[in-house]
Design a binder for this molecule. Sequence first.
Ligand SMILES: Cc1cc2nc3c(=O)[nH]c(=O)nc-3n(C[C@H](O)[C@H](O)[C@H](O)COP(=O)(O)O)c2cc1C
Length: 332
Amino acid sequence: MKLDQTLFGAAFRNPVLLAAGTCGFGEEVWEVMDLRTLGGIVTKSVTLEPRAGNPAPRVAEFRAGMINSVGLANPGARAVRRDKLPWIRDHLRSIQVFVSVAGHTPAEYLEIVRILDDADGFLGFELNLSCPNDTRRGSLPFALDPQALTQVVEGVRSLTSRPILVKLAPNAPDLSLPARAAEEAGADGLTLVNTLPGLVLDPRTRRPALGAGAGGVSGPALRAVGVHAVWRVRQATGLPLLGVGGIASGEDAVQYLLAGASLVQMGTASFWDPRSAERVRNELEHFGRREGVAHVSELVGGALLGSGGVAADPVPSSIPATASTGPDVHDG
Ligand SMILES: Cc1cc2nc3c(=O)[nH]c(=O)nc-3n(C[C@H](O)[C@H](O)[C@H](O)COP(=O)(O)O)c2cc1C
């Protein structure tokens, strides 16, 4: 099966990317895997000012996955431009790189894009709109507030001609709303999903597993949520979708493609096996060969759903958008 995909005017040698926050800025994982075997990477989310991050432990495993609250630790936009992008330009020419951007206010997103936009070495931006926004209405992330989302995406759209991906939260009551808002505001693609707010407690100490308390759930526990989100949004917009959440095998990736994703991203699996993304790419190829699929694009949106008698989305659209991730800044 051929794996190449052309999207956003760029050639992806295969549909497997590393997800934001799980491969640093590439250099951090260069020793353990050859990133040039992948379709691309998304960098750690970049904030305007440097962030030291949250207290340890920042990551904890549990039976069904992982929970993290790294606190968006990163060197800040100016240092990323000076110290990280030149390395990316020199080493990752043959793959596609998205720089992930996170802010507390719409103005911060715009300022970060202004700082980075005319640097070389990357294809586009992925707007992480799922980090809690602590300057408005408690800590509701932009992705759960279509109006705020529109403000950020329209602002960034007016500043850059690069492709813009918008990364959505899995806990929106009706994902078609932020998806359509992002499309109308000028997004080129959507990334689904970010981590799901969660809490792991130690029953004996009665304390949370993470230093920051609550965090974001990733890994196998998130996979069915992510596949459903992609399927749901596929029906709401025509934008290219990037599926992420719990992918650890080629067949996991196929589920996302069938639901409607054109590309996939992997995070947690790389913590357990640093070369898992390369393995998933190979497994995808074998799957296609075994199943007689000539090109990966034939799988995209191929799930036998909807008119085939499968139950409609169980989420009633009347649920008010009051979900919140709480006061902790977790990643992503
Ligand atoms: C330790 C860790 C750090 C993360 N940091 C970010 C981040 O900086 N920005 C972001 O958009 N997502 C971040 N994420 C979320 C991932 O990009 C991804 O959406 C999520 O982990 C689901 O994929 P997975 O199950 O393959 O890990 C982070 C996830 C983990 C586990």
